[in-house]
Write a protein that binds this ligand. Sequence first.
Ligand SMILES: [Zn+2]
Length: 317
Amino acid sequence: MDTDKRKSRDERLKKGFFAVFLFLIIFPWFVVAFLHAGNERLTEELDSDRSLIDDYLLQIETLSENTQFAADPGKSENGEVNGPRYNVEAMTEEEIAALSLSTEELYDGYRKVYLTFDDGPSANTEAILDILKQYDVKATFFVIMREGREFEDLYRRIVDEGHTLGMHSCTHVYSTLYKDEQSFKEDTERLRNFLYMVTGVESDYYRFPGGSSNKVSPVDMRIYAKILEDEGIEYYDWNMSSQDATSPILPKESIVRNVTSNIKYFSEPMILFHDTGSKVTTVEALPEIIEYIQSLDNTVILPISKDTNPIQHISVE
Ligand SMILES: [Zn+2]
């Protein structure tokens, strides 16, 4: 009897030890897995917070871009166009190809509208690209450097869908970008290489954060313009602004009005829009804006190309 009792006690003890042993081995893994999941979630939250903060900072940085030039859409132009040299709409693809002209030459005599989007890619880029695709319109994106699969896919989509990929500095932070010549050179080279790695395209187009006539650079902007010129990069400002960065969220109707009421004053309107995550009304305004432009006679929407007349606030000479 005693022996039996002892045996079963020993068994229980053995089982107990085994259970404790298993627990000691397995439990830490649960803890590790639990902490890891928590950490992942926190990292994700942090990432999204960070991109919100980035977006906010960008807005502040961008504000001066718009306030300086938004008011006067440059009434020096009367917006008249000669009328088409070729009736491109009525031509077949073969007829167009036979002329072997650049797009700008082909559309000689038309009002040429350039839609330009700064500060992306962002959470809105995809929607902007979808709209452009829907209306069969090519635009220009002056981008900053954003790493990560989601953004890299967007750079590639911009290129693959026939839009022009332009540069707008790595970070858009005026104080480091415009610090000195070395800093500007390095920033430009870094962004150019990054975009080349991601898309296979070397961008030859640039828009200065704040525009070439910004008042924040401690260095004469003509020096930076010369640096770009030496690298074979052309820079483009704007002569019209949607004013979508003049307040955190400008109503859609205002954006539509700012653009549609001024286009007729320009033969080559180069319009400034912003592609940051918070600019949802810009996206909402876009279809109406495009429909308006497409309803105008002798008017075409083109992406910036080597043959585009660069709109520049300052000149190197
Ligand atoms: Zn910008």
